[in-house]
Design a binder for this molecule. Sequence first.
Ligand code: CA
Length: 336
Amino acid sequence: MKIRRVQFVCFVVLLGLALSFVALSSALAAQPNIGVLIYKYDDTYISTVRNALNNALSGKASVSMQDGKGDQATQNDQLDVMIEKKVDGFIVNMVDAQAAAGILEKIREANIPVVFFNREPDLNVFKIYDRACFIGTNAVDAGKMQGDIIARLWSQHPEYDLNRDGRCQYVLFKGEPDNPEAIARSEWSVKQAVTNGVNMEQIGQTFVCNWDTALAQQAMESALAANEGKIELVIANNDSMAMGAVAALSNVGYNLEGGNKFIPVVGVDATDQAVDAINRGIMSATVKQDGTAMGDAVSAVILNMIAGKAPLEGTTCQFDGSGIAVRIPYAPYVGK
Ligand code: CA
């Protein structure tokens, strides 16, 4: 009798182990494959999103991520390979947002759900396919937030008006010429500052620096050489370019930690480097794009779509008026 009970207990334990093994292996087998196409790895904000994606999808999906290296042709090839491998879902960060229609057509033909994020295609292209959505930000909001920050800085620091003419002489660094975010940030940062009562006056032409630190540093060096003592504010579409401007300024004795000559610099993204620069007092402010919130939202939505659920089920996201786009809000960052 006693032996029987031991045998029975052993049987139950073994059965339990066997069942949990089956459950584990079926969970692994059921994990979807998600193809992730990134416009380029060498982008600070996108790196934050990539980390968040990897964290959020860990244990829930197997992820193959590819670096488009800023080249749309490369990204097209990466898409073709993943379609052939029959991934279960796509996450796409377009190199060139204007090429989205072609990408979406291929994904539609393969009948794979897709979430586009960050670089915003014309939302009309989404009409051809109902297993697709977009998660981005509202580009105008980032610009407006910069404008609000500028107005606050200007009223709090009368000394920033170096020539005491009551106007703010600024230089503007733009991401890319045709990028909708770059266009909206450039326009609305200045418009919003004007709405808030600042008399804005641009020095020179807008510097188009492709979101890039080194290009912005070169442009700022030239601008400083040509307009010594006349520049009172730097507005940049992103923090990478803002950091380039800060580097150029520090080379000529401005914006040094503990220094006494300072020109306000305002960026967008809240990259680690920019947040550090703001905390050290060598940059004024940035607008935070929450990369982690972006990565979490993109992951949750694609998993829902793969599982055949409503895209936003179980999330705090909401579609905007388009019915297919989710906007992750911005927040200002002015230091600790
Ligand atoms: Ca002035």
